[in-house]
Design a protein around this ligand. Structure first.
Ligand SMILES: [Zn+2]
Length: 208
């Protein structure tokens, strides 16, 4: 995550080895144990979220509601890692914003990565990042000064429950962020960080 040297072995569960960075406090799957692209795609096809499902929309509203409260009208955004059924983009469009889509598997549109945006959403995506430091550099580059980056991922809290944690059990989840990790990330990129709800971080990129 922070690319600092000196992570330590944290836990081994069922042959899967997790490491912990003492600098940014992220926990990650040992790099040689990350799933292949084929295994990832097979797993994503099994977990297709229905864009019209009210429960799923309520879930996404945990990020959409506080983000919309902070956005001026008619902004231009990107849903990074939108997946096969871009429900969040639909909700943000209903609120009057333009939303481009990018997903390495389902919307591999290089053109979407050649623009800059007033806001970027990244929901249930960052835990899949194989190279999180590079991904966040890219997101910072895609974000205009004065823009917002909205992240939603389950924050890792209790180490004693990590082995049993449902979020850990998904084989495509390879990096887990503590609130402290996200605050480190914000400081590293010069963003202001707000945590408006559990598992939601809103990063503001200041105008210099
Ligand atoms: Zn780190």
């Amino acid at each position: 995550m922070c690319t600092a040297p000196g992570s330590r072995a944290f836990l081994e569960v069922g042959g899967r080895h997790y490491r912990r960075c003492e600098h940014c406090h992220c926990t990650f799957v040992r790099p040689d144990q990350r799933p292949s692209a084929e295994a990832e795609l097979a797993e994503y096809r099994r977990h297709h979220n229905d864009a019209q499902d009210p429960g799923y929309r309520r879930h996404l509203a945990q990020l959409a509601t506080p983000l919309l409260q902070r956005l001026p009208p008619a902004q231009s955004g990107l849903d990074y890692g939108c997946g096969p059924g871009p429900a969040l983009a639909g909700m943000l469009r209903e609120a009057g914003h333009a939303v481009a889509l990018y997903d390495p598997f389902f919307q591999p549109d290089a053109g979407a990565l050649a623009q800059r945006y007033d806001f970027i959403t990244c929901t249930e995506v960052a835990e899949h990042f194989h190279h999180p430091a590079d991904e966040f550099l890219r997101l910072n580059r895609l974000l205009r000064p004065g823009g917002w980056l909205g992240l939603m991922t389950r924050f890792q809290t209790d180490d004693a429950r990590f082995a049993q944690w449902h979020y850990r059990r998904d084989p495509t989840h390879v990096v887990f962020y503590r609130e402290a990790t996200l605050r480190w990330l914000a400081e590293h990129h010069g963003w202001a960080c707000e945590i408006p709800a559990p598992n939601v971080a809103l990063m503001y990129k200041p105008v210099l």
